[in-house]
Structures are given as structure tokens and as C-alpha cells.
Ligand binder design. Structure first.
Ligand code: URA
Length: 425
């Protein structure tokens, strides 16, 4: 077996054999296949696709590249959620303790933000003292004592994906349905959760810009999960505009705590509850009532214990950026567009995200949204507040917002898009 013949097969639109897939994933993980060869193969896959047989084998090979976790010693059923990434998507923060408060164990292995989408670990690291890196034993301990844990995946879990994802990120090969599906599902299956709910984002702020592509990605991932014995359901959810009223690390933690306290923006609450119900259903806890757990403080209690168990101080003041700049409404009317990609890119430029994996993020940087699409606005009223420690970035962030904020006539008809667009099981 050699890398060139594998690349040629896919370059010429052939089907990769199981032997070719097993070999190339294993050899790349061991360093025998060079980055430039894998990058060429990734581009051939990006351009020519893979069929379901190839995707299933590619996923299995990535799972086999590392260890598999085992939660069989837990007495509670396990349920996990994975989002394909969006702007203002802080849902994991209230969701994990909420589902734990309802009786499931939630092993939430999360990632960092890259590009315009935020990462759960970056958000939680805004909490003084909180630690993302846990050993497998520490993770199990938090799961046993609290019921939910949010932490970084260890190096042993799907190492082929770790290498390949970093390579795809710098070779323009991220937005490929076979590569995204196998990347996400290899980690989730190796993690060992019994059930999984996928939040597949659709819209300008998501990898999948239209419903057809999102459906294809969702059904591919549901098929992979089901074939590996994981009860898997997907919700297609709207990412045309940011979720909630904040994008940026500490800002999003603050909003998540508001949701756990029984308040918060309605789209964040609705999506948190919809995903919680799916997770509890998939875990066999059909009688649990997540709305009650939000209202009676038990979800908040789990949050506080989860943060403290990972070294964080749930009562500590959150970091605030040194400088703010307010964008006001240019006219009176109805806010017609608040584009998720524009807001995500602006937040990233303010310092909320990173350009390279090793870059630091600013905990306080980001954007607060004072109005959402469909709201009546008056000329001169604040629409957005930009936060950063590096005010020289304001102009660059404002450029990203150009064309992303549109005000229509006050009497223009506006049809709100539902947060949950479709369910695929
Ligand atoms: N998230 C992942 O883990 N992998 C992808 O390819 C895209 C999003």
C-alpha cells in the first residue's frame, strides 16, 4: 500500500477500498504518510466526496486510531450533545448541568473556537480557576459526583482526527460533509456515550449554509451513530443570526448563568430545553422535566458544583474588556438582518477567537446585541456594543459588520424563523 495510489484513486473519483482507508489513517497517525500527502487526499475527498461505505470505514479507522472510553461503571444513563458550531452558541453551558439535574450523566468533551465560531472551552476558561484538561479518572470522578463534566478530549481519543482536523483547518478542507461527519462521530463514538443529540447548525454563521447540505450531514451522522450502537438524533437549528444576545467568551458565560437562573433570551432557553428533552428521551428518561429543573434552581445547583469540581469559582466576577464601542441604529424601522457570520467575524476580530490553535483569546472580548431581527428600532438607539482589550481592533471589527446589519421599513412584514427547523432520527 502506498499514499500515492490512495490519492490517485480518490483524485480519479474511485471508491477507496476498506484496506486503503485503514492503511492511510493508520499510516498518517504514525507519521508514515506525510502531511502534504494527506492534505492532497483531503482535497480529493473534499472535491469528489465519499459514499456511505467509505465514510463508515473512515470513521471506524479514526476510532481505531486511539483509545475508547468506558462509562459502564456509571449508574446513570449517558447522554451527550454535539453542535456543529455557530455564533453565540453557548448552549452546552446551561444544557450539561440541566440534563444532569434531570438524572442523566453528561460527558461533554468539547473543543476550542477556531475562525468565527466560538468554542465551549474558551468560554468556560473565562471563569477564574476553571480547568479544561482533566485526566480520564478525574473526568469519571466529576461525572460520578456531579453528573456532568465539560472538558477537553484527551490526546488518546481519535488521534487521527486531531491531526487531520488541524491539517484541514489550514488547507481549506473543513467544509466537507464526509470529513465533518467522520470527524465528529469518531470522537463521539470513541468517547463511549450511550446516546447523542446532534445540533446541526444551518445558515450564514454555520459550516452548512443551506438546509439540503445540513440534512445530508445530519443523516450521515445519525447513520454512523446508529451503526455503532449509539442512539443518535439530530436537530437542524437556525444559525442565520446569532443565538441569544451575546457572542464572546465571558459575555456568553454571563448569559448562560442568566438562563440557569430562570431568565435569559427566549431563543437560548427554547433551544436548551429542546435539546435537553431530546437527550433525556434518548437516555430513556422520558418523565424528566427540564423546564422544572431550570425553574426550581436544581440546574443552577449542578452548574455551581460542576464549575467548582473543575477548580472554578462560580461566584467570581467575570472578566470585562477594557474598552467598549456602541453601534447605534442608522434609521428608525424594523431590524431586518443581523447576520451571524458578520457578528462572529467581528467578535473574532475583537479578540474573542483565535487565528491559530496556539493563539490566546481575550476573555472579555465580544459583542452584545441590544436588538434581534424583527425588533422595532429607533434611529440613534444602541444596536450593538463591541468589547475588546485592544481598541485598535474596533475599525477592523466594524468593517466585518458592514452589510450584516440591515434596518427595513417599520411596517415591513417580518416572519421569525423558528430556532429548531427539523428533526432527523
Ligand atoms: N467539528 C469537528 O469536530 N470536526 C469537524 O470537521 C467540524 C466541526
Amino acid at each position: 500500500m502506498d499514499a500515492i495510489s490512495v490519492i490517485r484513486t480518490k483524485r480519479d473519483r474511485g471508491e477507496l477500498t476498506p484496506e486503503q482507508i485503514d492503511w492511510v489513517i493508520d499510516a498518517y497517525t504514525r507519521g508514515e504518510v506525510a502531511h502534504e500527502q494527506m492534505s492532497s487526499l483531503a482535497m480529493a475527498i473534499f472535491l469528489n466526496g465519499m459514499n456511505r461505505r467509505e465514510i463508515a470505514r473512515w470513521t471506524a479507522a479514526m476510532i481505531a486510531s486511539g483509545e475508547r472510553m468506558d462509562f459502564s461503571s456509571l449508574t446513570r444513563p449517558t447522554a451527550d450533545k454535539h453542535s456543529t458550531g455557530g455564533v453565540g452558541d453557548k448552549i452546552t453551558l446551561p444544557l450539561a448541568p440541566l440534563v444532569a439535574a434531570c438524572g442523566a450523566a453528561v460527558p461533554q468533551l468539547s473543543g476550542r473556537g477556531l475562525g468565527h465560531t466560538g468554542g465551549t472551552l474558551d468560554k468556560l476558561e473565562a471563569i477564574p480557576g476553571w480547568r479544561a484538561a482533566l485526566s480520564n479518572d478525574e473526568m469519571l470522578d466529576v461525572l460520578r459526583t456531579v453528573g456532568s463534566v465539560i472538558c477537553a478530549a484527551g490526546d488518546g481519543l481519535a488521534p487521527a482526527d486531531k491531526k487531520l482536523y488541524a491539517l484541514r483547518d489550514v488547507t481549506g478542507t473543513v467544509e466537507s460533509i464526509p470529513l465533518i461527519a467522520s470527524s465528529i462521530m469518531s470522537k463521539k463514538i470513541a468517547e463511549g456515550t450511550g446516546s447523542l443529540v446532534l445540533d446541526v447548525k444551518v445558515g450564514s454563521g454555520a459550516f452548512m449554509k443551506n438546509l439540503d447540505d445540513a440534512r445530508e450531514l445530519a443523516s450521515t451522522m445519525v447513520g454512523l451513530g446508529t451503526d455503532h450502537g449509539v442512539r443518535t438524533v439530530a436537530l437542524l437549528t437556525d444559525m442565520a443570526t446569532p443565538l441569544g444576545r451575546t457572542a464572546g467568551n465571558a459575555l456568553e458565560v454571563r448569559e448562560s448563568v442568566e438562563v440557569l437562573a430562570g431568565g435569559g433570551p427566549s431563543d437560548v432557553v427554547d433551544l436548551t430545553l429542546a435539546l435537553a428533552r431530546e437527550m433525556l428521551d434518548a437516555a430513556g428518561l422520558k418523565d424528566a422535566d427540564p423546564a422544572k429543573a431550570l425553574a426550581d434552581g436544581s440546574a443552577m445547583d449542578h452548574w455551581r458544583r460542576m464549575i467548582a469540581a473543575q477548580g472554578g469559582d462560580p461566584d467570581a466576577a467575570l472578566p470585562v474588556a477594557r474598552e467598549q464601542h456602541t453601534v447605534t441604529a442608522a434609521a428608525t424601522g424594523t431590524l431586518a438582518t443581523l447576520d451571524a457570520y458578520a457578528v462572529g467575524l467581528a467578535a473574532w476580530r475583537l479578540g474573542a477567537g483565535r487565528a491559530r490553535k496556539e493563539d490566546p483569546v481575550q476573555a472579555g472580548a465580544g459583542i452584545e446585541l441590544h436588538a434581534k431581527p424583527g425588533d422595532r428600532v429607533t434611529a440613534g438607539q444602541p444596536l450593538l456594543t463591541l468589547h475588546t482589550d485592544t481598541p485598535e481592533k474596533f475599525a477592523y471589527a466594524l468593517e466585518a459588520l458592514d452589510g450584516g446589519v440591515e434596518i427595513g421599513p417599520a411596517d415591513a412584514a417580518f416572519t421569525a424563523r423558528p430556532v429548531v427547523l427539523e428533526r432527523i432520527a
